[in-house]
Design a protein around this ligand. Structure first.
Ligand code: ADP
Ligand code: 5GP
Length: 234
């Protein structure tokens, strides 16, 4: 959380503001992490919201970078202190967004990127309606998600089925409540869409407007984007 706190010196002078809470949600495997890193690299003023979680680190994950890894007791303490902007239990583990991250990003006029589930994104939007933009990231088709999941995991057939069912439920909810849908067919194209959304939303909050960005963002509005077979019932 090194980027929190009020801006000072050069940071304050250069800050491009206004701050934006950019929530990215997606079914696991849709490419949200890849997209978020690409966005962060292209926007030096963007920061990742590092959630706290009770789950154990996986692979090369680092404490304070990927998550703040905490015990169940510490998580409960943070809940009692009101430290979370929202928190949830996902797959039997707890995950929470720190209020300090939200406040720090808004004070500093920065874009905060959130990698959280749809109900968490809905809570952030309800709490900071003027500052939040929610984006659902999708594969072009359900079959493409299945292909990416099979490509990267050693999960059993039953586990893959469970993930796909969970993905369908998560996407159905996001398609009903989120502001934008970014289809991650091609990574460069998906990044361009996300970039346009961020610039358009900042222009609504006082930054200079760009007609091309606003037109590109409009094509990603919920209900406008082509959501393939995600929208159709099974
Ligand atoms: P998530 O964070 O949503 O679980 P990841 O970013 O880990 O997803 O991406 C899942 C897999 O899909 C990775 O192997 C990644 O390289 C791949 N991927 C991401 N975007 C694309 C894309 N546009 N086309 C094909 N593969 C992609
Ligand atoms: P993972 O354990 O794979 O990193 O994350 C599992 C799920 O928890 C993902 O859908 C991720 O978006 C979600 N998640 C991670 N952090 C938070 C958080 O702070 N709040 C909420 N609501 N969900 C989170």
């Amino acid at each position: 959380m090194s980027s929190e706190g009020p801006p000072s010196g050069a940071e304050a002078r250069e800050r491009p503001g206004p701050g934006l809470l950019l929530v990215l949600s997606a079914p696991s495997g849709a490419g949200k992490t890849t997209l978020a890193h690409r966005f962060r690299a292209a926007h030096p003023d963007a920061l990742f919201s590092v959630s706290a979680t009770t789950r154990a680190p996986r692979g090369a994950e680092q404490d304070g970078v990927d998550y703040h890894f905490v015990s169940a007791a510490r998580f409960a303490e943070l809940v009692a202190q009101g430290a979370f902007a929202e928190w949830a239990e996902v797959h039997g583990q707890r995950y929470g967004t720190l209020r300090a991250t939200v406040d720090g990003a808004l004070r500093a006029g920065r874009i905060a990127l959130f990698d959280i589930d749809v109900q968490g994104g809905e809570q952030i939007e309800a709490a900071w309606p003027l500052d939040t933009v929610t984006v659902l990231v999708l594969t072009p088709t359900v079959a493409e998600l299945e292909r990416r999941l099979r490509g990267r995991s050693t999960d059993s057939e039953a586990a893959i089925r469970r993930r796909l069912d969970a993905a369908r439920a998560e996407v159905a909810r996001g398609l009903a409540t989120y502001d934008y849908v970014v289809v991650n067919d091609d990574l460069d194209a998906a990044h361009a869409r996300l970039h346009a959304i961020a610039r358009h939303e900042r222009s609504l909050r006082g930054a200079p407007a760009d007609l091309a960005d606003s037109a590109a963002a409009a094509r990603c509005r919920r209900g406008e984007a082509d959501t393939g077979d995600w929208a159709s019932p099974r």
